[in-house]
Write a protein that binds this ligand. Structure first.
Ligand code: GCU
Length: 341
């Protein structure tokens, strides 16, 4: 064979070998890539504004989840009712169309009547009592009750005390006469306002600012932070400290989604959730006092109220819990936990 033909053949053989080596290496790299698990993404939709303390706790939760799972479990947030109000998103959890959402005990009451216990006015003595109940047997029992109905709660967040705010001070139940008051969509909240003397108007959270501004309702009730972060304080300048209700916000997960997570993913989620709960609790006091300052510096007024007449007006609500054996027992446990706080 001619030497130049030989050289050419050698050259071709070398090229083929190099090409095969490259293909082999690409194959190895590819199979390494595909053996890395794809991160799992969970979607959380809720009805709160971006400035709300529970939304901030969810932002923190997303960070922590990224951290504990090393990027393998991702939380994507859809705030400000972009997927609907609280009832809509809770229903989406039930059919597995959404992974997580937020519900107050009022939002959850239509799905499970035991949540109405947390909607009882003047129930909790203080924050320690609140936490003892939520973190104790009563809280855990109620939070898990709806597992067979498509969702259950995996965290609770604090929401201080709700008071009335309006264009005028509300110092006695008499002042509520003839006033239309926005309430959350919960049977017990409707009864509470009627017993206090007002006219309850159920309405999703996202609609309250416009309703107050346009006079569709005369008053609403919430904690100081929500009065300010929703800017409701711009249109209702008197916050009357009835402090009649202390309701938890819950992080709710679809049962179907939970069942599909593996043991490791559940642990990551539980760890990150626990961190977000303590983060939000630590911030609460400061947030309340900052909100009070913002409101008063803008000229709004915070008015102390003698709460006794409001408390007396709602005692019939406690009686209704005597009719259901389980509710009666849970209420007794909640009241007994007072001593421990
Ligand atoms: C509070 C609570 C929210 C709730 C809102 C309401 O801000 O933290 O979760 O939606 O009250 O009155 O609807």
């Amino acid at each position: 064979m001619q030497p130049d033909v030989l050289g050419m053949l050698r050259h071709i053989a070398l090229q083929i070998t190099t090409a095969m080596l490259c293909l082999l290496m690409a194959g190895v790299a590819n199979s390494e890539l595909s053996s890395q698990p794809k991160p799992k993404v969970l979607k959380l939709a809720h009805n709160l504004p971006l400035t709300h303390s529970v939304h901030l706790a969810f932002v923190y939760l997303a960070d922590q989840l990224q951290d504990v799972s090393n990027g393998q479990l991702i939380l994507r947030l859809y705030p400000s009712s972009q997927m609907g109000d609280a009832i809509d998103t809770l229903q989406m959890l039930q059919i597995g169309a959404l992974d997580l959402s937020k519900g107050t005990s009022s939002d959850l009451e239509p799905f499970e009547s035991a949540y109405s216990l947390f909607n009882l006015p003047f129930l909790f003595q203080d924050e320690v009592h609140f936490d003892a109940v939520l973190k104790g047997v009563v809280g855990q029992r109620i939070m898990n009750k709806t597992r067979d109905r498509g969702f259950f709660c995996i965290a609770s967040y604090v929401a201080g005390y709700r008071s009335f705010y309006a264009r005028k001070p509300v110092k006695t139940p008499d002042d509520l006469k003839g006033m239309k008051i926005r309430v959350q969509v919960s049977p017990i909240s409707l009864k509470m306002i009627r017993l206090m003397g007002g006219a309850p108007t159920p309405m999703p959270f996202g609609e309250v600012y416009t309703a107050l501004q346009q006079g569709v309702v005369d008053a609403a009730e919430n904690n100081e932070a929500s009065w300010v972060n929703t800017r409701h304080f711009e249109v209702t300048r008197f916050f009357s400290e009835t402090r009649h209700l202390s309701q938890p916000d819950f992080l709710v997960i679809s049962t179907r989604v939970w069942d599909q997570l593996n043991e490791q993913q559940r642990q990551w989620l539980q760890e990150a959730v626990a961190r977000s709960e303590s983060f939000q609790r630590k911030q609460w006091q400061e947030l309340t006092s900052t909100s009070r300052n913002i409101a008063t510096q803008s000229g709004a007024e915070i008015i102390p109220v003698d709460r006794r007449a409001f408390r007396d007006a709602v005692t019939p609500l406690y009686e209704q819990f005597q009719e259901n054996k389980e509710h009666k027992e849970l209420l007794e446990l909640i009241l007994a936990a007072k001593g421990n706080s």
